[in-house]
Design a protein around this ligand. Structure first.
Ligand SMILES: [Zn+2]
Length: 62
């Protein structure tokens, strides 16, 4: 059973070194070439950078 919180910190901005939950960095933008008419992008809400890294295997740290 996986009960993941929506506010779990899963993404990291390599530009300003900030951590965010997914919903803060995920944005939908309209893209005419996409089959869905829009596309998901990851953008830092602080500095506007697109250099967002997904954090994995953070549980075992420390
Ligand atoms: Zn940033």
């Amino acid at each position: 059973m996986n009960t993941q919180s929506a506010n779990q910190i899963t993404h990291w901005c390599s530009s300003c070194n900030s951590h965010f939950p997914l919903h803060q960095v995920r944005h939908c933008i309209p893209v005419s070439t996409s089959p869905h008419g829009e596309e998901e992008v990851l953008q830092c809400p602080t500095c506007g950078s697109y250099h967002i890294e997904e954090l994995q295997e953070v549980a075992d740290a420390q």
